[in-house]
Design a protein around this ligand. Structure first.
Ligand SMILES: NC(=O)c1ccc[n+]([C@@H]2O[C@H](COP(=O)([O-])OP(=O)(O)OC[C@H]3O[C@@H](n4cnc5c(N)ncnc54)[C@H](O)[C@@H]3O)[C@@H](O)[C@H]2O)c1
Length: 309
């Protein structure tokens, strides 16, 4: 089987590209390195096409894939340039769909729990959507477009609304990396973990290894649709600090500060049934096991590559 992974130099894309290779797929990556990092691909064997999905010459440059895993996107939610965000994320997606339809390839693409805004938790796929920033709006446009398009095209398109993903190969995301990574860095230096007052905000934190599995399962789906990819459990920032303390063997108390954002999601938790029904997905890692696995990876990695904020 041949896969195209867009955004394959990024966090989720590189984990996915490497796992697909491990499972015997032939993998091509398209990534313009807007936020991605070559360090994520140093063990990757396939071809890397260093282009923007908007500009790549699809017909000539890209081998025909069986499945396109579209992960490429501007992922920094603090970028507020609306035209830029919609052009890169939504127009880029159009190019992918056109290429997929022409080649009768399946499409699995990354959507986001950002589309729910502060809608009530647990967030259900068919509830009203409130994207609160240009990034979330670009994902909202993708999902709306697919709901309609999927009825008329002869290919399968599956959208995965990831909740808060964390795990290996996210270092390059800097301030956009997961809370778990940010807090790990602070605690590793013996500093008190800084979290918004009073640490009760809940997020559905899902491990990247589970997200990779969801993508591979989605590639087998016979039906199109959009599903949540989360654990079905919100974890508070306070709980997150406790789990890191356990994994690191520390006893650091949180230091609380005011939340400066006016568009912050305070309670996210996936309703996981949609993913179970469409792609047979359920998380394998508990939050505690995922944090332990990740910290072990970070600790072994820090001996090779400096761990940086
Ligand atoms: N990490 C999360 O918690 C999370 C949550 C919800 C959704 N997502 C989605 O998952 C996908 C992967 O996110 P990530 O966390 O790995 O982020 P990331 O920033 O590490 O990866 C995105 C990759 O896409 C590349 N890219 C950006 N625009 C491109 C373009 N126009 N053409 C080619 N390459 C381009 C970047 O260089 C980068 O390598 C994104 O679509 C993101 O919106 C992530």
């Amino acid at each position: 089987m041949r896969a195209l992974v867009t955004g394959g130099a990024g966090f989720i894309g590189s984990n996915l590209a490497l796992e697909l290779e491990k499972q015997g797929w032939k993998v091509t990556v398209v990534d313009n390195f807007f936020s991605g990092d070559f360090k994520n691909l140093t063990t990757f064997k396939g071809e890397v096409i260093p282009e923007n999905v908007l500009d790549v010459d699809w017909a000539i440059r890209v081998p025909r894939p069986d499945v396109i895993f579209h992960q490429a996107a501007i992922t920094d939610t603090t970028i507020l340039d609306q035209k830029f965000m919609v052009r890169e994320n939504f127009e880029g997606f159009h190019k992918i769909l056109k290429f997929a339809i022409k080649n009768k390839a399946k499409v699995v693409y990354a959507s986001s729990a950002g589309v729910y805004g502060n809608g009530p938790a647990p967030q259900k796929v068919n509830q009203e959507l409130f994207p609160l920033n240009p990034y979330a709006f670009s994902k909202y446009l993708m999902d709306q477009y697919v709901f309609d398009l999927a009825k008329h095209v002869p290919i399968t398109i599956v959208g995965l609304r990831y909740f808060n993903v964390f795990g290996p190969r996210e270092q390059h995301k800097k301030k956009a990396a997961s809370m778990i990574y940010q807090l790990y860095l602070q605690m590793k230096e013996g500093r008190r973990p800084r979290i918004f007052k009073f640490g009760e905000q809940k997020r559905d934190h899902i491990y990247v290894k589970d997200v990779v599995r969801a993508n591979i399962l989605a590639a087998e789906s016979k039906k199109s649709g959009v599903v949540n990819v989360g654990t079905g459990r919100g974890t508070s920032f306070n709980e997150l600090v406790s789990e890191l303390n356990r994994s690191l063997g520390t006893l650091l108390e949180p230091e609380y500060f005011d939340n400066p954002y006016d568009f912050y999601q305070t309670d996210t938790c996936a309703e996981p049934q949609s993913a179970k029904e469409l792609i047979g997905f359920k998380t394998e890692f508990s939050f505690a096991d995922a944090v332990k696995d990740y910290v072990t990876w970070l600790e072994s990695r820090s001996k090779l590559v400096p761990v940086t904020a």
